[in-house]
Write a protein that binds this ligand. Structure first.
Ligand code: GLC
Length: 553
């Protein structure tokens, strides 16, 4: 290699000499002298290596020097040192990332507060809560240190199932306000750091929905939007399936001369998710609301989304008894194959809206699976395919019937032991479909159950009024836990102040149990105090709120 270098060097030297430029400050031997004699050549090599490095030396001279042991070894040491440092730095970075606590998302650091829209706050005095009413009460969430608010359905609806029977998924029911009111509320909530979660009700529509009218009229595009089967208007129905509310899940439609399926009220026909047009319609609706800026969806009644296409009878628990809902094994009407694909597709759509920092769109699924906890856990998705951020944990609903410490431990363990690794837990003790804590467990337990909710690892979901220990009202319908929010001891508990009408009676205890007297009750302070440190992990401290402090109340 040294010879090659020297040969090259001689060549350069000759050329340099020809141009009469003396690059070599060592006159002892003419640089253009190239010996043919090997002996003499060796001598000349030795002499060249005597040449000291100098500024402007050609590459060949540089190579000659750089291959000397002292440079080569130093270079190699430095090279390997750099490799080692780089590897150490990478290892350190990975370790720090792996060991540091993960950045928590907004739906992990604040409880979800469920607003039952009809009953929260009535701004126009018609006796029904509305969107403007929520806007009036935003300070309440701030005061409690709550950041995530789930607002019940406000779609246009004939209200056979409190808005869970949707007539138009893109319109606001006039009872609750206008689209403008909604946009204003959302903007206001965002401006004070609150997130809005809304109901998404994919399983069924109202029988007044345009699609259903077109379907019963056998419009070619819409005829398979719902689940239809031949029947003659009298018994027997296509099969023995029963609705969640009892009675046959089939209703004869005179217009079409066939039966349609409904797993809830007969005014809530089941959409046919085996039809790709239906899937596309519902996905477009998700896009519609995401584009408006909503922060997440509570996906209702998801286990009912698909039914077995063969329509066979479901096995009876007791073959000698006429079946109502709970007397059948729901092998063909709930948790059918393909259900999770639907949810995962919607999740993927939501991901596309979640990329900007702080814009994460949250998904929670509603599925009562009772003792089949494995089924519930499937809604978390897999490590490769994401589904809901969490499925509602309804297992604590069992708590009021059995308020022993051991039972609490059992229920908590049930979730924690079955939750897939790396997922986020959540806890709930009531909602619009279940009795209030104070009525099922008793007033004595309100604070301890709220404290449990707030301190378990994961996101608690609370239902409006539970923070002050509201109780069920007397009502023969599904509404006892849906009475107007008790804001104060004033007329109608401060729910509205224009009339004395409320859509459901206010609970008579409102003079002693209301938001204004919360301090004597001390329950709200519990929320504030437990939540404050948690929130400051992601939200900077806020300036003092406009609500009066405890001493002014
Ligand atoms: C959801 C609601 C429930 C409603 C049902 C049918 O599960 O929570 O109130 O009746 O859907 O729409």
């Amino acid at each position: 290699q040294g010879e090659d270098v020297l040969a090259g060097l001689s060549h350069i030297s000759v050329n340099t000499a020809a141009r009469n430029v003396n690059l070599y400050p060592f006159p002892s031997k003419a640089p253009n002298h190239v010996s043919e004699d090997p002996e003499e050549k060796l001598d000349s090599d030795a002499e060249y290596t005597q040449i000291q490095p100098y500024a402007g030396m050609p590459k060949e001279v540089l190579l000659l020097h750089s291959s000397k042991a002292r440079y080569r070894v130093t270079r190699e040491i430095l090279f390997w040192l750099m490799v080692a440092c780089t590897l150490a730095l990478v290892a350190l970075t990975v370790t720090v990332i792996a060991l540091s606590p993960r950045c928590m998302n907004w739906w992990q650091v604040s409880p979800v507060y469920q607003v039952y829209l009809r009953s929260f706050s009535d701004s126009d005095g018609d006796g029904v809560g509305d969107l403007k009413g929520i806007q009036k009460q935003l300070d309440h969430f701030q005061y409690l240190n709550i950041k995530s608010v789930w607002v019940g359905p406000f779609y246009r609806s004939p209200m056979r199932d409190s808005g869970y029977d949707v007539e138009d998924f893109r319109a606001i029911d006039p009872l609750f306000g206008t689209m403008n009111d909604f946009e204003e509320l959302l903007a206001k909530m965002h401006s004070v750091g609150l997130k809005l979660i809304m109901d998404f009700i994919p399983n069924h529509t109202s029988d007044r929905h345009r699609w259903f009218n077109l379907s019963r009229a056998t419009d070619p595009h819409y005829k398979d939007y719902y689940v239809w089967s031949d029947c003659d208007g009298s018994s027997p129905r296509p099969n023995n399936w029963v609705s969640v509310f009892g009675r046959s899940a089939w209703t004869y439609d005179e217009v079409r001369g066939q039966c349609y399926l409904h797993q809830f009220l007969k005014e809530q026909p089941e959409l046919n998710f085996r039809n790709p047009h239906v899937r596309k319609e519902m996905t477009d609706i998700i896009h519609f609301w995401l584009a408006k800026g909503v922060d997440g969806f509570r996906m209702g009644a998801v286990k009912h989304l698909l039914e077995a296409a063969h329509l066979r009878d479901e096995p009876q628990v007791d073959p000698n008894k006429a079946p109502v809902s709970w007397d059948l094994y729901h092998d063909y009407t709930i948790s059918q194959l393909g259900l999770h694909d639907l949810l995962r597709d919607w999740r993927a759509e939501m991901e596309a809206y979640s990329r900007e920092p702080g814009k994460y769109r949250f998904m929670v699924t509603e599925s009562y699976d009772y003792e089949e906890v494995d089924k519930t856990m499937m809604y978390y998705g897999t490590s490769l395919v994401k589904e809901s951020d969490f499925p509602f944990n309804f297992y604590l609903l069992d708590l009021p019937q059995n308020t022993s410490g051991l039972w609490v431990q059992h229920l908590v363990q049930l979730w924690m032991d079955n939750m897939p690794k790396g997922q986020w837990a959540n806890w709930l003790v009531g909602n619009h479909d279940k009795p209030r804590i104070a009525s099922s467990a008793g007033q004595t337990y309100i604070r301890v159950i709220n404290m449990l909710l707030l301190t378990l690892p994961g996101t608690p979901t609370t239902y409006y009024g539970e923070e002050i220990g509201m109780e069920n009202v007397n009502s023969a319908s599904r509404d006892p836990q849906r009475s107007p929010m008790q804001w104060s001891g004033d007329m109608n508990a401060g729910f509205n102040n224009k009339t004395n009408v409320t859509w459901l009676p206010v609970h008579p205890d409102y003079r002693s149990i209301n938001v204004e007297v919360q301090n004597s009750f001390n329950a709200v302070q519990l929320w504030r105090n437990i939540l404050a440190p948690l929130l400051h992990r992601v939200y900077p401290p806020r300036p003092p709120l406009s609500l009066p402090g405890p001493e002014e109340r």
